[in-house]
Design a protein around this ligand. Structure first.
Ligand code: NAD
Length: 494
């Protein structure tokens, strides 16, 4: 059994079983049985059920918010944003499933005697493994498109935050999702590893190290696998940026969810001429933040969910200070609030010799580095094994777009942070070690299907020679066509 505790109070919230390989195998068998009926229900029926599930989740939002706050130690405002993102992405997919799954006609560019289209069918049982920082958005949120596409889903939530997913499983069942179609399997890494062995497709969100292990199993089993991994997102502030807005965004982007976000602002590169003015604004805004947990929306920054992560934060800061960095605000556990609260912290005089600028800190720390030019900022931004999100700040839109294009990341925001994730029509995912594959966007649903390409003879249009046995007439035709192409190519190249 795993004991679940509130990170900010230590209060015991409950206990959940660690599902072993046998239990995971049983769940997969039940999921396969449920899949047969669910996939045959047809898209309109599935869309109706998922619409009912969304309605039920919205009705239960207050208890879900309570649960999220309790098991993560995030402030209620952060939990509300998580739920809102989940509901919005659900609505996006629910409204588009019919169009996205309809047969897609393609027009052959050459072989006009054929009709062609792509049809999509669900894959079977999808395994989703999720982390603790956004338990519902990254867990059930990823299950939604898989379910709409007609799959059954087994979800393995983080061992730190399984309760909200269990609550959603209960609500979804009551709202009409058939038994076995969506099952939450609680447990630790061993449960996740067992899950990887029994499903037809995997979506993993978590650390790079575990992502590599999951990818190895997927490779051995030859099943598709999406990996949403870590980030070290850079923010580039150019000399003509709106500094007030950039500072506000840096503070929100770095301290939202206590910095425990794959696409947090983890490092800032600011042109030296505006460095001091930018830092001054960032520090003033950071000092104004109210830390702690209340039952309402009167606090800005909560606790850290995972003790081990807090120790990473402390180690990164220690290393940075030893190498010459200066903490201008924060830099310690918040006095009087408890062991799991770390003060929002701003650090200057940093460089790339420091872990703080190279490794994922995943906590409420904002390091700011002065650079001499946009080129230097881009070079430093790209000096990373990660490439999830980034942001570029300038009043010159053309310049900002050029800089954005030069940054190696799966997404980028211009004069904003994080918001690319908030637009569910945009694919989201990583470059480099930040992952493989995408969530959101049309592909976020279609990836949960097998594409079947269909080529149909337009019977009755005209009869054609069959290939075997080759006839002289057929081969003459092909030879003539090839010669014609050759001539055309030469003409086009001129
Ligand atoms: P983690 O990799 O430790 O765990 C993630 C999940 O994998 C958990 O449910 C865990 O129980 C499970 N797991 C552990 N070992 C496993 C194994 N051998 N096989 C299968 N499953 C296993 O990550 P975490 O600490 O829970 O989450 C933090 C990380 O997640 C950070 O690196 C963060 O950047 C990343 N993250 C990425 C995104 C994204 O969309 N790119 C979003 C949020 C978090």
């Amino acid at each position: 059994m795993i004991e679940v505790r509130a990170p900010h109070t230590g209060e015991r919230l409950g206990e959940v079983p660690v599902r072993d390989a046998e239990a995971v195998g049983d769940a997969a068998r039940a999921a396969r049985t449920a899949f047969a009926a669910w996939s045959e229900r047809g898209v309109p029926a599935r869309v109706r059920v998922m619409g009912d599930v969304l309605g039920a989740l919205i009705r239960h939002r207050e208890s879900l918010l309570d649960q999220l706050v309790a098991e993560t130690g995030k402030v209620r405002g952060d939990a509300l944003i998580e739920l809102t993102m989940l509901f919005d992405a659900m609505r996006y997919f629910i409204d588009r499933t019919e169009a996205l799954l309809a047969d897609e006609e393609v027009v052959p560019h050459l072989v006009k005697t054929k009709r062609a289209w792509i049809s999509r069918r669900p894959r079977g049982v999808v395994g989703i493994i999720s982390p603790w920082n956004f338990p519902l958005e990254l867990g059930f949120g990823e299950a939604v498109p898989a379910l709409l596409a007609g799959n059954a889903v087994l979800l393995k939530p983080s061992e730190l935050t399984p309760l909200s997913s269990l609550e959603v499983e209960r609500i979804a069942r009551e709202a009409g999702l058939p038994a076995g179609v969506f099952q939450v399997l609680t447990g630790d890494g061993s449960t996740g590893a067992a899950l990887c062995e029994v499903v037809d497709q995997l979506t993993f969100t978590g650390s790079v190290a575990v992502g590599r292990q999951v990818a190895q199993v997927a490779a051995r089993r030859l099943i598709p696998c999406t990996l949403e991994l870590g980030g070290k997102d850079p923010m580039i502030v150019l000399r003509d940026a709106d500094l007030e807005r950039a500072a506000a965004a840096a503070v929100w982007g770095a301290f939202f969810n206590s910095g425990q976000m794959c696409m947090s602002v983890e490092r800032v590169y600011v042109e030296a001429v505006v460095h001091d003015a930018f830092v001054e604004r960032v520090v003033a805004r950071t000092r104004a933040l109210r830390q702690g947990i209340d039952g309402a929306y009167e606090r800005d920054v909560g606790a850290m969910t995972r003790q081990a992560q807090l120790e990473v934060v402390e180690a990164h800061l220690r290393d940075a200070v030893e190498r010459g960095a200066r903490v201008v605000v924060g830099g310690q556990r918040a006095p009087g609030l408890g062991e799991s609260f770390y003060e929002p912290t701003v650090v200057v005089d940093v460089d790339h010799s420091m872990a703080l600028m190279r490794e994922e800190t995943f906590g409420p720390v904002l390091p700011v580095m002065a650079v001499s030019s946009a080129q230097e900022a881009v070079a430093l931004a790209n000096d990373s094994t990660y490439g999830l999100n980034a942001s570029v700040w300038s009043r010159d839109r053309a310049l900002a777009r050029r800089v954005a294009r030069a940054v190696h990341s799966g997404s980028v925001c211009i004069n904003d942070v994080v918001i690319s994730y908030g637009l569910p029509e945009l694919p989201f995912g990583g470059d480099k070690d930040s992952g493989i594959g995408r969530r959101h966007g049309p592909g976020g649903l279609r990836k949960y299907t097998v594409e079947q390409s269909v080529a149909e003879d337009r019977l009755g249009l005209r009869s054609e020679p069959h290939w075997y046995p080759y006839s002289k007439r057929t081969m003459r035709l092909v030879a003539r066509a090839t010669a014609l192409f050759g001539g055309l190519e030469r003409l086009l190249r001129r």
